[in-house]
Design a binder for this molecule. Structure first.
Ligand SMILES: C[S@@+](CC[C@H](N)C(=O)[O-])C[C@H]1O[C@@H](n2cnc3c(N)ncnc32)[C@H](O)[C@@H]1O
Length: 337
């Protein structure tokens, strides 16, 4: 290392990282105390927010200062205002409110303090990991969270992919059915089957009914690592369950989707993928590491890995698209005619 490079090295980045959990804790507390909703509704100073949240002024000041330095709120002359993303996704009552998703990983909080232990002494891994204990009640809470961002992702998919000439879609691990519901609403000739674990599809049915698409969207309960896939489909979508499985399992699932698709059909794998240099994005690594807690075999897959799964299955015209930058990538391929 040169003298110049050496002198640039300091502890700042490492110090910030060592306390990053405090930033998460602050955001959770601000969500609990409805800070961002209060700011929108006029309780936008330390004094007013303290009264609104029934906390002391000094604690209101501590929390608001932290949120301001984290860029969640900012001071404008004589009051705080929300950052644009906070205004859109963390103000209660807004249609785009994503609080359930943004607190989704919070129940794992205490486990993360024991990560070293978990890494050294993992419980025995199972294929579907934490999904082993899925119940209808848990699926309801889980998909209240996923749907708070899933329908936005479904709309993005609909903008990126023209399904107007397609007739039937299988939505593997479709959860709330967000992708299928939006696809059906935008393509009157398309039907879709949401394939998910049996307790989950009970909840999917509620979403389907609430969105008025029961004539186009149906469900099939099953485990995509074991059970047969819906037949006569010319589109397959699998979104947001990639790091929950290891390479071998994802390979098999993609092969099964390829085999089940009609000739000329297309598949879209949307997932948290590492860049090929494996230096990021961090979200893919986080979801891969999370599988330590779920006792599954899952890990982070790279874009290159996913392209390889598609190639091996027999897909052609394989393409990699940004889907939600730094969060989700879409790999797509066509089954030869
Ligand atoms: C994070 S959610 C994503 C839901 C939906 N695709 C979306 O993007 O909004 C993952 C879903 O995959 C389902 N899933 C995971 N493993 C599965 C399996 N082996 N068989 C069927 N469904 C599975 C889960 O039950 C859950 O509903």
């Amino acid at each position: 290392m040169t003298e110049k490079a050496k002198s640039k090295v300091d502890t700042v980045r490492l110090q910030n990282m060592s306390r990053a959990f405090i930033e998460s804790a602050s955001m959770f507390a601000a969500i609990d105390l409805e800070l961002f909703t209060a700011v929108e509704n006029g309780s936008n100073t330390v004094e007013k927010f303290a009264v609104h949240a029934e906390i002391s002024e000094v604690n209101a000041e501590r929390l608001m200062t932290m949120c301001a330095t984290a860029g969640l709120i900012s001071w404008a002359d004589d009051h705080y205002i929300n950052a644009d993303d906070v205004q859109r996704f963390l103000v209660k009552g807004e249609k785009s409110y994503a609080g359930p998703w943004l607190t989704f990983t919070r129940p794992g909080w205490s486990n993360w303090g024991n990560l070293t232990e978990k890494l050294k002494n993992p419980d025995e891994a199972t294929v579907i990991g934490s999904y082993e204990t899925m119940t209808v009640d848990y699926a309801r809470t889980y998909h209240e969270a996923t749907s708070s961002i899933g329908f936005g992702a479904g709309r993005r998919f609909n903008k990126q992919v023209d399904l107007s000439r397609r007739t039937k879609m299988m939505d593997l691990g479709g959860g709330s059915g967000a992708y299928s519901i939006v696809a059906a609403q935008n393509n009157p000739n398309l039907s879709a089957v949401v394939f998910d674990l049996p307790p989950v599809v009970v909840v999917t049915q509620d979403f389907i009914e609430k969105n008025g698409v029961a004539d186009q969207v149906s469900t099939q309960g099953g485990d995509f690592t074991k059970n047969d896939f819906p037949q006569n489909c010319d589109v397959a979508v699998m979104a947001s369950n990639l790091p929950q499985y290891n390479r071998e399992i994802i390979n098999q699932v993609i092969q099964k989707a390829f085999d089940a698709l009609l000739p000329g059909g297309e598949m879209h794998l949307i997932g948290e993928m590492l860049d090929d240099d494996r230096k990021g994005p961090m979200d893919a690594a986080i979801w891969g590491l999370m599988e330590v807690m779920s006792n599954s075999t899952g890990l982070a897959h790279s874009r290159k890995d996913c392209v390889q799964y598609f190639k091996q299955a027999g897909f052609e015209k394989i393409e990699v698209h940004e889907f939600i930058p730094d969060i989700l990538v879409r790999v797509t391929g066509a089954k030869p005619k």
